[in-house]
Each structure stands twice: as structure tokens, then as C-alpha cells.
Design a protein around this ligand. Structure first.
Ligand SMILES: [Zn+2]
Length: 120
């Protein structure tokens, strides 16, 4: 990938990171805010359910943030778009669809087949 394009991808990734970070902060804040009293058991139960959902959301946000950061690091290290498994270049089309990908299509398919064979 050309340097200019890489820079663009990097900007997009960073933008996504900032957006996710802002939303993660919001999730954390709304989680910290439930010191209110819930005398009724029913309310407590729904609060617990809500909290479970927020935890899940937070986990997803954190995982996304890690993936985004790793993609930016790969750009900085000059190894962005190189398959982690076989070392060949990942197609630009694939990278455009998912800049966080670390495997070329052949390795990805091999992995999927392997996974399917295992879960059978
Ligand atoms: Zn590969």
C-alpha cells in the first residue's frame, strides 16, 4: 500500500479509536453512577441485567480498541497489510473492508476450515 493511502488508513483508525474511547468513557461513567437506592428486588434485578449488558459492551469496546491500536502499530512498524501467518501481502480490497485484519484470505479460509472441522 502507498504511503499516502497508509496515512489515510491510519487517520481513519485513530478516528475510530477516539470515537470508541469516548463511548467507553461514557459506558464507564454510567456504570459508576448506580449507587442509587433500589429498594425493590425487581429494580435490582433489572439493574443487574443492565450492568451485565454494559460489561459486555465495555468488553467489546476494549477488544475493538486493542485491535485498532494494533493496526496503527503495524502501520508504524511498516508491517501493515502483511499476513501474520504466511508473510504475503494482504489484498488492498480486503484491507479496505477490514483494516484490522492480520491474515490474508487464503490463511483466513484455511483457519475457518480448521475451526469448522474442530467444532464438528
Ligand atoms: Zn497468509
Amino acid at each position: 500500500m502507498k504511503a499516502k493511502k497508509l496515512q489515510h488508513v491510519r487517520n481513519v483508525l485513530i478516528g475510530n479509536m477516539q470515537m470508541l474511547h469516548a463511548s467507553a468513557v461514557k459506558t464507564a461513567r454510567s456504570m459508576g453512577r448506580d449507587n442509587e437506592n433500589y429498594p425493590d428486588f425487581h429494580d435490582r434485578a433489572s439493574r443487574e441485567a443492565c450492568r451485565g449488558f454494559e460489561l459486555l459492551l465495555r468488553e467489546r469496546e476494549n477488544r475493538m480498541l486493542v485491535e485498532l491500536r494494533e493496526a496503527v502499530e503495524r502501520i508504524d512498524q511498516g508491517i501493515f497489510g502483511i499476513c501474520k501467518i504466511c508473510g504475503s501481502a494482504i489484498s488492498e480490497k480486503r484491507l479496505r473492508a477490514n483494516p484490522m485484519t492480520t491474515r490474508c484470505i487464503a490463511c483466513r479460509e484455511k483457519e475457518e476450515r480448521h475451526f469448522m472441522a474442530e467444532s464438528r
